[in-house]
Design a binder for this molecule. Structure first.
Ligand SMILES: Nc1nc2c(ncn2[C@@H]2O[C@H](COP(=O)(O)OP(=O)(O)O)[C@@H](O)[C@H]2O)c(=O)[nH]1
Ligand SMILES: [Mg+2]
Length: 233
């Protein structure tokens, strides 16, 4: 692996775009979502997997993902805007052992509504723990991602906590589990990731760049402008 060259990365178009992220709104259900236009990318994962840290790392901000983290509002979906047609979406974390069943139900309802209804959702970044297999709510989420055909980049997280060898083994295990679950691999990709060592960060932001570039392929309403005057003959 080549070392993370922060200076070079910070000069890239995608790093500059991500740096523009600002919080726009939080919503539990579709009534509160901003307008469904352009390209947005969701971030999902178990509580404590490092989702907020990842959002802060890719946007080069220290408080972005925490800014909206008001106690008691953890079931909300947070929307961040990079440009009027490009957004990052922080989905509520899951998997807290102490969470009562009604909160789990609410999580499922809110996430499912978002995944099924949001046309602008171009891709999902799904953070999973490099030290455990997919289970419980992971599998519920995976099912929705596959049935809704949402392109997904799985980040095998906190890879800095493992040796290189253990990291490769963990990635191999994840790929094997996805194969056993018959997950279409043209839809779901995997990579290792660490916000601490920045391993995999460039790969992740390159994927984001690919998704966000689709804005240019969308049929956007053309801004009316005056006719060009005829050239002088
Ligand atoms: N070693 C290591 N720790 C991390 C990494 N990313 C996040 N953490 C730590 O994991 C804990 C949870 O992170 P947070 O971003 O709040 O997780 P969230 O609940 O998924 O938003 C914090 O103590 C972070 O400092 C990483 O890449 N490597
Ligand atoms: Mg968080």
């Amino acid at each position: 692996m080549s070392r993370f060259d922060e200076k070079a990365w910070a000069q890239s178009d995608i790093a500059k775009l991500l740096k523009k992220a600002t919080f726009i709104t939080s919503a539990a259900d579709p009534k509160g979502y901003p307008e469904d236009k352009g390209v947005e990318i969701g971030f999902a994962g178990r509580s404590n997997v490092g989702k907020s840290t990842c959002l802060n790392a890719i946007t080069q901000q220290t408080r972005l993902a925490h800014a909206s983290k008001t106690p008691g509002r953890t079931q909300l979906i947070n929307f961040f805007e990079l440009s009027p047609l490009q957004k990052l979406i922080d989905l509520p974390g899951y998997g807290y052992a102490k969470v009562p069943p009604e909160v789990k139900k609410k999580w499922a309802k809110n996430i499912e509504a978002y995944l099924t209804e949001r046309d602008s959702l171009a891709g999902m970044v799904w953070l999973v723990d490099s030290r455990r297999e997919l289970n419980g709510e992971d599998l519920i989420l995976l099912n929705w991602l596959v049935s809704e055909q949402i392109e997904t980049q799985i980040l095998l997280c906190k890879i800095d906590k493992l040796s290189r060898n253990q990291g490769q083994q963990a990635l191999h295990k994840l790929n094997k589990q996805l194969k056993e679950l018959n997950v279409p691999r043209d839809l779901v990709s995997t990579q290792v990731y660490s916000s601490t060592s920045k391993e995999g960060l460039v790969k992740l932001t390159n994927r984001l760049a690919e998704w966000f570039a689709r804005v240019e392929e969308l049929d956007l309403p053309v801004t009316p402008q005056d006719e060009e005057p005829d050239e002088h003959i």
